[in-house]
Design a protein around this ligand. Structure first.
Ligand code: CAA
Length: 391
């Protein structure tokens, strides 16, 4: 058993438990047999079939870290990361539907909800019978999340929401949305509040569906709130806690995007390897050329390094230790190496890498988003620098 410790952070065990290894095998088999064969079709038709989400629900993936008393699988974050890597190795669109639901949709209720809120929403979400989304970004506020304009005004036993949320993953398919809104602009981030808004609430309209470069099967929508009355009981935490709820949730979400990036990079390596062992040029397999071997060696090394950063961040979260720094490091590094692996994968496939008939071009398009959503690489560097300087 190998362990790695530093003086700054708790140690973590690199070996998987029997249960973790079993879940990893289950996710790998499911991804290979049920998700991978549909990946090209999901990309082309721009839709993840609901049956796939239902199947992930039945396997316990949609509520993987939700306690069993709320209908979840009660597993740790590291186990969740194993599942995320496997699903994303097969299809990044399906992978992000899962990550957004678990890391961003369920997590605020799990971490900050009251017992009554957990009992009300978690069981259906944990079984995948309902899907969740996270509505933070707006047309004019992305990286500067605190500058949101969506307003929340108290009116009797309800809050009235007005505004538009942008780039919402699972936005049109979600039955439950975690929505952040400003209760008093003068208070800046200290005026932000978080709400659970159900899909059928009057005044909530699904707006434009986005047409994207990659993860084309993933649902990305605008959510428009027009005098949308949300029961006061749906407020998560206190008024003014919203910004910290959003950032704490994103700390966890960034770890799962790192795992997604590792999954995409692994797809690049495995597909490039298979092709390089088949394709011949100048009388031998292209895998015999050092130019190709160096690319494969870089990919393999960087994937292992990215996975270790991801597991470290997940383990810290499991231990209840601070993980803002480690989550940002994992996302920054893993997304960078995923984009690089995708570029090299296309290059190894050569002309065929540029064709939609082969998976390389899909990996190339899918990888890019990992450098953008749930905090751009520039924001990750800002977070890392702030943490390092604070030491
Ligand atoms: N957890 C909890 N609280 C935190 C925190 C964290 N990780 N980081 C900061 N805070 C707290 C601070 O302690 C501070 O608290 P006090 O008021 O008590 O002092 C407060 O939050 C404000 O902190 P800052 O002054 O540092 O905040 P800022 O406005 O400068 O923003 C930022 C910091 C890092 C840039 C942040 O806004 C950020 O992460 N931006 C990126 C947003 C993002 O990731 N958006 C992605 C949207 S989700 C998505 O992609 C959609 C999807 O569907 C996939």
């Amino acid at each position: 058993m190998a362990t790695a410790t530093t003086t700054e952070s708790p140690g973590f065990d690199l070996s998987l438990t029997e249960e973790q290894a079993l879940v990893q095998r289950t996710a790998r088999d499911f991804a290979r047999e049920k998700v991978l064969p549909k990946a090209a079709e999901i990309d082309e038709h721009k839709k993840v079939p609901r049956e796939l989400i239902d199947e992930m629900g039945k396997l316990g993936f949609m509520g993987i870290d939700v306690p069993e008393r709320y209908g979840g699988s009660g597993m740790d974050r590291l186990t969740y990361m194993l599942v995320v890597e496997e699903i994303n190795r097969a299809c990044a669109s399906t992978g992000v539907a899962l990550c957004t639901h678990v890391s961003l949709g369920i997590e605020p209720i799990l971490l900050f909800g009251t017992d009554a809120q957990k009992e009300k929403w978690l069981p259906d979400l944990a079984r995948g019978q309902k899907i969740a989304c996270f509505a933070l970004s707006e047309p004019a506020s992305g990286s500067d999340a605190a500058a949101m304009r969506t307003s929340a005004r108290r009116d009797g036993d309800a809050w009235v929401l007005n505004g538009t949320k942008n780039f919402i993953t699972n936005g049109s398919i979600a039955e439950v949305a975690i929505v952040f809104a400003q209760t008093d602009p003068a208070l800046k981030h200290k005026g932000i509040a978080a709400f659970v808004v159900e899909k059928n609430t009057r005044g909530l309209v699904v707006g434009k569906l986005e047409n994207k470069l990659g993860i084309r099967g993933s649902d990305t929508a605008q959510l428009v709130f027009q005098d949308c009355r949300v029961p006061a009981a749906n407020l998560i935490g206190a008024v003014g806690d919203g910004f910290k709820i959003a950032l704490a949730t994103l700390d966890g979400g960034r770890i799962s995007i790192a795992a997604q990036a590792v999954g995409i990079a692994r797809a690049c390596l495995e597909d490039a390897l298979a092709y390089a062992k088949e394709r011949e040029a100048f009388g031998k397999k292209i895998a015999d050329f050092q130019a190709i071997q160096w690319k494969l060696a870089d990919m393999a090394t960087e994937i292992d390094a990215a996975r270790l950063l991801t597991w470290k961040a997940a383990t810290l979260k499991d231990q209840g230790a601070p993980h803002t720094l480690e989550a940002a490091e994992a996302k920054l590094f893993a997304s960078d190496i995923a984009v690089k692996a995708a570029r090299d994968c296309v290059q190894i496939f050569g002309g065929y890498g540029y064709l939609a008939d082969f998976p390389a071009e899909r990996h190339y398009r899918d990888a890019k988003i990992t450098e953008i959503y749930e905090g751009t690489s520039e924001i990750m560097k800002l977070v890392i620098a702030e943490q390092v300087l604070a030491e």
